[in-house]
Design a protein around this ligand. Sequence first.
Ligand SMILES: [Zn+2]
Length: 345
Amino acid sequence: MRNTTSRGILDRLKSGVVLGAEGYVFELERRGYIKAGPYVPEVVLDFPEAVKELHREFLRAGSEVMVALTYYAHREKLKDVGRENDLQRMNRQAVKLANEVAREGDALVAGNICNTWAYDPQNAKETSRIVRAMYEEQLTWAVEEGIDFVISETNDYLEEALIGLEVIKELHLPAMVTLATVQQDKTRDGYDYVEACKMLADSGADIVGLNCDRGPETMLPLIEKIRAAVDCYVAAQPVPYKTNARYLTFESLQTNDGEQAFPLALEPFLCNRFEMAAFARKAHMMGINYIGICCGGAPHYVRAMAEALGRTVPASKYSPAMELHPMLGSDVEEKDKGFLVDWKS
Ligand SMILES: [Zn+2]
């Protein structure tokens, strides 16, 4: 077990918002360490320093949780890339890396499980057994390497999320279970998202909520309903993309040519840091307890969100000081302002 003097997740949530940060797979793909398509975190074994660097950047930006990069590091996905034999090594190493960086600050380590693509509601009994075995092996290794709690995320099926929750509770760890919201208002197995969160809370989840798929604009109205419906802690980790009433999810966004922008051509839809800071403020006002970011997330967003929550974090040392900019600063003479306008036009 992890030997830590740091306060646990439930203690921290009791005294205020916990800031998280995710999006490791997307960011490490952009940096050239993960193959888009299978999205298996081979980087954990092949370039461990790259994983540690990103953990460290999120830590400096104010994230209180280092999420072990075991997303898609499960049996089904490793089979797809012919690395089934690396399953255990990859899972253990991911938790070790998260621990090494967490100790550089005062962060917690979260074990991570996700949708498996193995669950089939048409064949629930048999596939539930497969899913359970996958979660058990991943989380047993994670517990042995040392974790503070578990994030089960991007759950498309409530029933699959409930299996994950059961396994986490059997290990006597705090459980954060969040749903993917690809569809309008229901999980893929037909439960209303708000109802599904209630059922997770009633089944013992300590934190419920949403992650991925939706940007701030389309996640906030739904998370507000979830907040009103449950008594437990609530988490919101949107993607930093401009989804809207017509395009609810980042999977549905389209380029100017009408092509699907997800997942490789999403840049034109990125939120800026001020928009993510505004999200953090709104979520806080709404009573959301765990505020974070998912695919597309990067350290500059996390720092802006931390500062929006009134925090000064290590990376705040280099936060913008635009008054010192040669053309945008407050002491700039009129003739120099003209220069900037010329350049813009
Ligand atoms: Zn995501």
